[in-house]
Design a protein around this ligand. Sequence first.
Ligand code: SF4
Length: 158
Amino acid sequence: MSDATKIRILDILEETMADGPGLRTSIYCAGCAHHCPGCHNPQSWDFKGGYEVTVDELLEVIKADEFANVTFSGGDPFYQVEAFTELARRIKEETGKTIWCYTGFTYEEIQEDPRLSQLLPYLDVLVDGPYVEALRDTDLRFRGSSNQRIIDLKGNYA
Ligand code: SF4
């Protein structure tokens, strides 16, 4: 089990509009073992890449922007699921912000795994599945290939 108080990240983008609707604080974590051919960001695969920050430090950045919601991306946040669950729980308890989360796992794979699924109750939207180069579609909003789904977990975006 990984340390639930620290997250290894590559970058934090503030006020981005690329990772979900409206302004968002996007946290790009380090590490991904899906290794999708054609991945837009293979430098994010290294689990030892980037640097460690605490959940408290991330919360401070997130709270500093009153109007931005939050996106977890990577890499794949589900490889650091304990710490992202702690962060997501505190975002929900301490702010009114929505959380979108990108992952290379499918929703079904996450649901079937008790460790991975602990993050789901705190997410508003899951953008799921590996990037599949043959299904690449540049017209898609917020995802790279048509197998990936924008799953509205709380029914807020109908
Ligand atoms: S899941 Fe995302 S970051 Fe990981 S290899 Fe696939 S496209 Fe790249």
